[in-house]
Design a protein around this ligand. Structure first.
Ligand code: PNS
Length: 162
């Protein structure tokens, strides 16, 4: 069984993330999408909310599991006996950061955790969780960026903040 992990912040999950999840789930037998619990950041959605959004968005994909993790990715991957991480690459601007992350993970794990990259579909190449949040915070249209049920949750968050 080829199992892989797709780690990320997913605050919130976008259609770009969902595209990577769908394509990776066709390559691997099991894909574990795992949300980083980063205590240093102030997220829009709690880890539990992000996990629930991902579960709802992937409910039709039987080989996709959703989880969360804290601390180093290599430790979590070792606990789960996972040796492949999936990441999406949008543009050259992602490359330096992603290369560093992949190299550090390979080094720290002594070669136990490798990273494979999927290039983002062109229609989502411009998308990021932070731009979605910024657009929504000004009441802009995010219907092309996230599933409808996620857009509703994002607007609810910003309305509650007002
Ligand atoms: O969606 P993101 O924020 O680009 O995802 C980044 C993520 C979660 C994959 C990365 O920050 C991560 O794995 N963090 C956990 C801590 C860690 O293992 N860092 C690697 C050494 S620098």
């Amino acid at each position: 069984m080829k199992r892989a992990i797709y780690p990320g912040s997913f605050d919130p999950m976008t259609l770009g993330h969902l595209d990577i999840i769908k394509r990776a789930s066709e390559i691997f037998d099991v894909l574990i999408v795992s949300v980083l619990n980063n205590k240093e950041k102030t997220p829009l959605f709690s880890v539990e909310e992000r996990v629930n959004i991902l579960k709802e968005a992937t409910k039709e994909l039987p080989n996709v599991e959703v989880d969360s993790f804290s601390g180093l990715l290599i430790n979590y991957a070792a606990e789960k006996d996972l040796h492949i991480a999936v990441r999406g690459l949008r543009a050259i601007t992602d490359f330096e950061y992603e290369l560093q992350l992949a190299q550090v993970n390979r080094l720290l794990s002594k070669g136990e955790l490798d990273t494979v990259f999927l290039t983002t579909s062109l229609e989502y190449a411009y998308l990021s969780s932070s731009s979605v949040k910024e657009i929504a915070s000004f009441g802009g249209d995010i219907s092309q960026c996230v599933p409808d049920f996620v857009a509703q949750k994002i607007y609810e968050k910003f309305n509650a903040k007002r």
